[in-house]
Write a protein that binds this ligand. Structure first.
Ligand SMILES: Cc1cc2nc3c(=O)[nH]c(=O)nc-3n(C[C@H](O)[C@H](O)[C@H](O)COP(=O)(O)O)c2cc1C
Length: 208
């Protein structure tokens, strides 16, 4: 991992994801029944199709006419960016194009270990990072920005929990993270705040 810490990540090389599969999985009520946190992962990478489905569930566009998302956001600010860290590198998910924007220049390599402080964190093939861009939140005051960005990230995290429950993936949302270290690694600016992180992968006893 190398960082420049300049406050502005360079985004290069968009990575096209397969279109999300929006059918299948457990019913909503079954997924609610199955939803739980897991902290052991097999380490097997997620195939592109599952990553595509996961990110669409997290906050993809479900009403293309208006660009609206699978997760609600206060005032439709859409201020939460989903960053994706894997063994290959770090990316920002771009919902309008359903692409991954590779962070380059400021960030390279595997920074999964920086997305949490618990030992299992780097063993999960995907660690999502929910980053609020406070500049998108209009004239809201500091307290409102903190409240609404935390709420909005929570909806995304629950979407991810339910998607994972519906297809049998292991997942845990996390607030324990060194935000300064991770923010530096992601070259975040002063207007950006890390809210939560979330580990996703196959459960340890199912390496298929
Ligand atoms: C906002 C939030 C922050 C959390 N932070 C962590 C964390 O840093 N590490 C962790 O292992 N679990 C974390 N959790 C997961 C909770 O410990 C877990 O949801 C709780 O024990 C209930 O278990 P369940 O999700 O299986 O119902 C967090 C959950 C929430 C909602």
């Amino acid at each position: 991992m190398k960082t420049k810490g300049t406050g502005q990540p360079q985004e290069t090389e968009p990575v096209k994801l397969p279109p999300p599969e929006t059918a299948g999985g457990l019913s909503l009520m079954q997924a609610l029944q199955e939803r739980h946190s897991t902290r052991t992962f097999s380490g097997t990478p997620l195939p592109p199709q599952l990553l595509s489905n996961l990110l669409w569930a997290a906050g993809g566009v479900n009403r293309p006419d208006a660009g609206l998302r699978t997760a609600p956001s206060a005032h439709d600010w859409r201020e939460i960016d989903v960053y994706v860290t894997t063994a290959e590198g770090a990316y920002r998910y771009a919902p309008p194009t359903h692409m991954l924007m590779r962070l380059d220049g400021a960030v390279s390599g595997d920074i999964r270990y920086l997305t949490g402080v618990q030992d299992f964190v780097p063993t999960a093939p995907v660690n999502l990072v929910y980053v609020a861009d406070l500049d998108r939140m209009g004239e809201a005051g500091t307290e409102d920005k903190a409240f609404y960005s935390a709420s909005d990230a929570g909806f995304i995290a629950q979407n991810v929990y339910l998607y994972c429950a519906s297809v049998g993936l292991a997942v845990v949302v996390r607030g324990l993270v060194d935000r300064d270290a991770l923010g530096t690694a992601l070259a975040l600016g002063r207007h950006q705040r890390i809210i939560l992180t979330q580990s996703v992968g196959y459960p340890a006893d199912d390496a298929s």
